[in-house]
Design a protein around this ligand. Structure first.
Ligand code: HEM
Length: 635
């Protein structure tokens, strides 16, 4: 029997080799015609199969011989983040990876990126790779062509200046709620408060903002009551505790669902439901309850529409999606591309995407910005100087969007946010796929990217490409460029002069000279060359929530830093008494230890849909009232 099993295995392997080797050769020959460096792997680098890589690679990387093989590294979709520009420095900004199944081109070249994002039909979104987020229905994120246009036409109008204003006000209100929550936790007070779960709290804040501004379901922090919500609370949604037939709040469901999203895609739902393993049942429960919440959200939207409400004080995302859906073909159950209407599953699909894309990414922005500011206290001091100049002592509750948002964004606050996204982008690679052969030009050389090639726009590699930024020697690494360093000032216009106390000498602008806070004016932030800076992607598939996120993060950082300084928590190495007895040099060394630790934890970050700290990792921080800093001026 063993002999026949062995013979069968040998036969299968030989048959596979006979089929796959010619296909690999064929793809390699096609790729080599481009003249770019070509590498090979036996397994697909992009597509549905790559979800299996997430399971197989951790095993492969433990086997000494296998882990060193180039092709194993190319299969790692986190490579852009784990190796930064190591591959690009060795092989150039653009190279190809072939397997018997597909060809992939990976680029950090701005010229090529601009061509890719400007050709709508030549480079499309490979939607098969997005099926993982389609658990409640297809959406703006996961569709292409006519279907995408329909989603875009309906949801696009929600992102307006009116919405940005809402986001600004809600973000400020939520920041006050979060600070109050922190201050009232055990061992904290109004002047000094330690925060262990900055990532989780940032996620709650961002979730609360998208809920209120996007969906009209305002949220409160534990300890707050519903009278603090500027608008009316919505039963079942605005509670700190779950209501109706729910066992978890919507926020809890979503937070637990997102890390397990791959399993929902890989495992049949019945298996999760009836599995003997509790975490699998729990995941199924989150999936089910989240779905019920979305159904209730749609029902709520229908009720409001019937009552003639048009979303009033919100972006009215559900209302916009519902508009006309009742009249859609097959009575609200399906839709076709000729009708600018969405089916019910498409509405819930979009509700899920906007809720998850609208909070997870911005939350990372807030979290990482605060960590970087705590690590680089001199940059925080400069940011605070700008905030002081712009809003002084004025309480955030009266900051006016039109006056203050442009000024805050075009100051060190916006510079910090752009620099954070340059170094730690939420999405490290943006995938596209060629339709037909695509002739492109890079550095005066023309070549053809073959039909059906996957194109990975390397966000980390592009954002850190020294080719597109002024060359300045790094004070930190000693390298001939400072692309790996946190230097928010690179975003400030050259003519902005700092006086001896690092306070910016501002021109007196009223912030209203442009209609958008971001539009170019003499005082606006530096604009990198097209295609060089791509944290929000570019072109027609760029992030529709870019301004939403910029407004939110700007408001949150400004409101916190106006009153408080964020420091790394050093209590792991020295308690308050020990610290009080240290001289400046000892304090400097201690803080340096905390900075190195924070750097290491950030470098271990992993992409679970978005790039964030590895599960279980954290960098505790301590907020102190301004004027009572323990390390400012020392480190
Ligand atoms: C710092 C915050 C954010 C970052 C870095 C970010 C980044 C991105 C990127 C890179 C894409 C393109 C993804 C791809 O092509 O695969 C994208 C798409 C998208 N983002 Fe964002 N995003 C942020 C915030 C938001 C917010 C606040 C919302 C909603 C309120 C949002 C909603 C979306 C949607 C719906 C898409 C799909 C668009 C399409 O495919 O046409 N994002 N985002």
């Amino acid at each position: 029997m063993w002999i026949s099993i062995a013979l069968t295995v040998v036969a299968v392997v030989l048959t596979l080799l006979c089929r796959l080797v010619p296909r690999l050769r064929h793809n390699k020959a096609k790729a080599e015609k481009t003249g770019l460096p070509v590498f090979w792997t036996p397994w697909p680098t992009y597509g549905l199969f790559t979800y299996l890589n997430l399971l197989l690679l951790p095993v492969a990387s433990r086997i000494p011989f296998i882990s060193t093989l180039n092709w194993v590294r190319f299969l790692d979709r986190g490579l852009s983040w784990t190796s930064l520009r190591e591959m690009e420095d060795k092989h150039g900004d653009t190279f190809m990876i072939v397997s018997p199944f597909n060809i992939t081109i990976k680029t950090s070249n701005a010229e090529l990126t601009s061509q890719v994002i400007s050709r709508r039909t030549g480079f499309i979104k490979p939607t098969a790779g997005y099926k993982v987020v389609d658990m409640y229905g297809t959406s703006l994120l996961s569709t292409e062509g006519d279907a995408w246009q329909r989603h875009k036409k309906i949801t696009g109008p929600a992102f307006s200046e009116k919405s940005n204003k809402l986001v600004f006000q809600e973000s400020l209100r939520q920041t006050m709620g979060m600070i109050n929550f922190w201050q009232t936790q055990e061992n904290n007070n109004n002047k000094v408060f330690t925060v262990e779960k900055l990532a989780g709290n940032s996620a709650t804040l961002s979730f609360n903002v998208i809920c209120a501004a996007g969906f009209g379901i305002p949220q409160i922090w534990p300890g707050e009551n519903e009278t603090m919500i500027a608008r009316e609370a919505v039963p079942g949604f605005s509670n700190v505790l779950p209501g109706g037939g729910h066992t978890m709040t919507l926020g809890e469901c979503l937070q637990r669902l997102l890390p397990g999203i791959i399993w929902l895609f890989l495992c049949p739902l019945w298996l999760l439901k009836y599995s003997p393993f509790k975490p699998m049942n729990k995941l199924y429960k989150c999936y089910e309850e989240c779905g019920n919440y979305f159904d209730e959200l749609v029902e709520l939207g229908k009720k409001k529409t019937d009552q003639g409400e048009n979303g009033g004080e919100t972006m009215n995302l559900v209302g916009l999606m519902l508009e006309g859906s009742e009249k859609a073909p097959q009575n609200f159950k399906s839709s076709d591309s000729n009708n600018a209407q969405l089916s019910k599953s498409e509405i819930t699909g979009n509700a899920f995407i906007f809720m998850f894309a609208g909070h997870e990414t911005s939350a990372n922005g807030i979290h990482f910005s605060l960590l970087l500011l705590a690590m680089y206290l001199h940059e925080q001091l400069r940011t605070q100087a700008d905030i002081d100049h712009i809003v002084g002592d004025m309480p955030p509750s009266v900051w006016d969007y039109q006056t203050y948002m442009p000024r805050l964004y075009n100051s060190m606050v916006g510079a910090v946010l752009n620099e954070q996204l340059r170094l730690i982008p939420a999405i490290p690679n943006i995938p596209k796929r060629t339709v037909g052969d695509q002739k492109v030009q890079v550095d005066c050389q023309e070549f053809i990217i073959p039909d059906n090639t996957f194109v990975l726009l390397n966000v980390v590699g592009s954002n850190r490409n020294p080719r597109y930024w002024p060359k300045v020697q790094s004070h930190v690494t000693g390298k001939d460029n400072d692309m790996e360093d946190f230097v928010p000032e690179r975003w400030l216009p050259k003519d902005r002069v700092l006086d001896s106390e690092n306070k910016a000498k501002h021109e007196d602008t009223n912030g209203l000279e442009t209609t958008s806070f971001e539009t170019s004016s003499s005082g606006s932030l530096v604009k990198p060359p097209n295609g060089a800076y791509i944290p929000f992607s570019l072109g027609h598939r760029a992030c529709p929530g870019r301004r939403f996120a910029q407004v939110e993060i700007t408001a949150v950082l400004s409101a916190i830093l106006q009153k408080y300084t964020v420091e790394l928590d050093v209590s792991e190495w020295a308690d308050d008494e020990q610290l009080a007895q240290m001289n400046n040099e000892e304090k400097r060394k201690l803080y340096h230890k905390a900075v190195v630790n924070a750097e290491n934890v950030i470098r271990r970050s992993q992409q679970v849909i978005t790039l964030k700290l590895k599960q279980g990792d954290k960098v505790p921080v301590r907020f102190v009232e301004r004027g009572s800093e323990r390390f400012a001026g020392i480190v």
